[in-house]
Design a protein around this ligand. Structure first.
Ligand code: DAH
Length: 328
């Protein structure tokens, strides 16, 4: 082989092994083996040679061509493998990382309280009833001995739809609906949402009450005191002190408000109650000489706040998970 041919071969091999990308490798291939490449040009120079030397020279060039082609194809495989490896490494998944899990929710504190209240009263022989949140003014007021011009209507900051319909301001209208449907004797509680135009640290425009109603023969105030003491002790799972304070509600006579002695020595109002007013029974056509009974209505938010030491009622409605998740 001539000196220039072996130099060409050496240089080509070196260029091939120095390639670091497929693109580079292809331009090296074109440079040596392309139509106008260095090796191809050598082949063309064959015609200028002595005919005797041509076969020998041609053979050599073809061998060089073959060698370089082989080397290029090896290099190509090598570069391809490198490329795949790099992309695998880049896209690698760390299977030791913790996976995504879905977090499990929990029951809202007010629902916990409502469930507990229902359970306690069901165990004491009460049925659970409910009624419409959009109420008519007859059930919300008139039937409860609060006629249209009665000042007690001003105690309720009512959301009215029109002259007849409103958002119920208390659960007491369910007393009327239960007695209309089932008559007496009756022993029910009715939990539910109520609405008033009021909003601050201790009031929200919607809140919850649980109404209670017992009508039977020979029911008196001591029955009412007894059931409320039992309920409160059971709800707080402790021996609690209650104070019955004389009060006024149009639908009960006598009426009382009940305060609970809190851990920090304060009396806090938790419910209103009384003996059902004879007029209410009369409105429903129930013989008030034969039947009497008691009723009560308690604030669910207030009881929950006392039980868990919650200071701001609005926390119940802000859906702040750091607050809600404490009630597992
Ligand atoms: N409905 C009253 C209120 O929302 C609470 C209440 C008081 C309910 C006395 C009663 C009751 O059943 O007897 O303020």
């Amino acid at each position: 082989m001539t000196k220039s041919l072996s130099e060409l071969t050496r240089q080509a091999k070196e260029d091939i092994s120095n390639c670091s990308s497929l693109k580079e490798l292809d331009s090296v291939r074109v440079f040596y083996l392309g139509k106008k490449g260095k090796v191809s040009l050598e082949l063309k120079s064959l015609s200028k040679l002595d005919p005797k030397e041509r076969p020998q020279f041609g053979k050599q060039i073809n061998e060089i061509k073959k060698t370089l082609q082989d080397k290029i194809s090896l290099k190509k495989t090598e570069l391809n493998t490198q490329k795949i490896k790099a992309s695998i490494e880049q896209a690698a998944i760390d299977i030791t990382l913790p996976g995504k899990t879905s977090s499990i929710g929990n029951i809202h504190p007010l629902s916990i309280t409502l469930n507990q209240i229902e359970e306690i009263f069901i165990n004491a022989g009460f049925l659970v009833d409910d009624g419409p949140e959009i109420e008519d003014e007859y059930h919300n007021f008139t039937a409860l001995n609060i006629p249209g011009n009665h000042p007690a209507r001003a105690m309720h900051d009512t959301f009215y739809f029109n002259n007849e319909y409103l958002l119920r301001t208390h659960t007491s209208p369910i007393q009327i609906r239960s007695m209309e449907r089932d008559g007496v004797p009756i022993r029910v509680i009715a939990p539910g949402k109520v609405y008033r135009r009021d909003s601050d640290i201790t009031h929200t425009p919607m809140f919850h009450q649980v109404e209670g109603l017992v009508i039977d023969k020979d029911i008196n105030f001591t029955h009412l005191k007894g059931i409320l003491h039992d309920f409160i002790n059971s709800f707080f799972n402790d021996e609690m002190s209650l104070r019955f304070r004389p009060s006024y509600f149009p639908f009960t006579e006598p009426s009382a408000e009940v305060d609970l002695l809190s851990n920090d020595g304060q009396w806090l109002e938790i419910l209103g109650c009384g003996m059902v007013h004879p007029k209410v029974l009369d409105n429903l056509g129930i013989d008030n000489k034969k039947y009497s009974g008691y009723a009560f209505g308690m604030g669910v938010e207030r009881l929950t706040m006392l039980k868990y030491g919650i200071k701001d009622i609005r926390l119940f409605y802000e859906n702040d998970l750091s607050f809600l998740s404490q009630f597992k």
